[in-house]
Write a protein that binds this ligand. Sequence first.
Ligand SMILES: [Zn+2]
Length: 113
Amino acid sequence: MSTTPHRVSPRPLDPGRARCHREGCDGTFPTDSDSWRKASAYCSWLCRTVDGSLYSLERESRKNRFDGLDDRYTELWTQLVGISDLVTEYRRSHDAMRRHRTHLRRTEEGHSQ
Ligand SMILES: [Zn+2]
């Protein structure tokens, strides 16, 4: 079950980077370093936390920890998927701002030379 937005056109991957494992995320992480991101396969701690929470909830469900609490489980799952979608939106806005800032800086550098 997922309501994450359809990935329209994922950016091509740069060499030495892999796609974040959280569904719907366009982020990448370095595969050629010893950083925690390489070990955890997520682009950010936000993605790791949200995806880890979804995984934990799904695992608890498989162990029938929510027997008789189906509505509560569905509510929790829906909330977490909503958080995941918000993280996707946030990361897209953050990336757009960073690209815009880089563009502005290059434009300024172009004018000063
Ligand atoms: Zn991510």
